[in-house]
Design a protein around this ligand. Structure first.
Ligand SMILES: [Zn+2]
Length: 211
């Protein structure tokens, strides 16, 4: 939809967005194509911090926010992991999909494990006004317990190393590492039930949309 110019019919993935976010400009004929630049909401966090559970609970609850919720694994295919540059491409594809969905005048809330800063490197970042992150975190001892209780590790011999990566990442959110540069809020759910977590996530999404 964004690629083909309605005026000259040429295809380009390299259209600029006007500063007001209301148009895409064709690089061939300068035609201004109507566009809606919306914010993107990202619910991130290490494995074991409850993103998937919260997503599933919130999706079928009456506490849903005013956004389209999507789970970040949805578009994942093995080819992204195998190809060189596949993971940045995966992120870029997500931005394209979310920007198309946002044309319905509803922002997207994406539940995806991603470090703040990765989307910002993608070409399709330009389709969004702001990207706000909510990181689900819990105390590292609690997270360690949860991760060691998981039985299905894809590579059991790498379990300890993988768990340490997630603990370090969780700690970086607890230390507000990303907050210096990006719009990041942190939700510690160490001691709160999932029903409270989803209320807080929903409230956070709605608060970011209102701005
Ligand atoms: Zn054109």
């Amino acid at each position: 939809m964004f690629g083909i110019c309605p005026n000259c019919g040429k295809y380009s993935e390299d259209k600029e967005v006007t500063p007001d976010g209301a148009f895409l400009i064709c690089p061939f004929c300068n035609y201004r194509q109507k566009f809606l630049r919306m914010p993107l909401l990202v619910i991130t966090g290490a494995s074991g911090t409850g993103k998937s559970s919260a997503y599933k609970e919130l999706l079928y609850s009456d506490k849903k926010p005013n956004a389209i919720m999507l789970e970040g694994d949805l578009l994942w295919r093995k080819g992204f992991a195998d190809a060189e540059g596949g993971i940045p491409e995966y992120r870029n594809v997500w931005l394209l999909v979310c920007s198309h969905i946002s044309q319905n005048k509803l922002p997207v809330a994406l539940f995806l494990s991603i470090s703040p800063g990765e989307f910002e490197k993608c070409p399709n970042r330009k389709y969004f006004s702001e990207i706000h992150y909510l990181a689900l975190v819990c105390r590292n001892e609690e997270l360690k317990d949860r991760l060691y209780k998981r039985e299905l590790w894809r590579f059991p011999e790498e379990r300890d190393r993988q768990i340490q990566i997630h603990l370090d990442w969780n700690q970086s959110f607890l230390n507000d590492f990303y907050k210096k540069q990006y719009s990041v809020d942190v939700l510690d759910n160490s001691d709160i039930p999932v029903q409270d977590t989803i209320l807080k996530i929903s409230g956070w999404i709605n608060s970011k949309i209102k701005r």
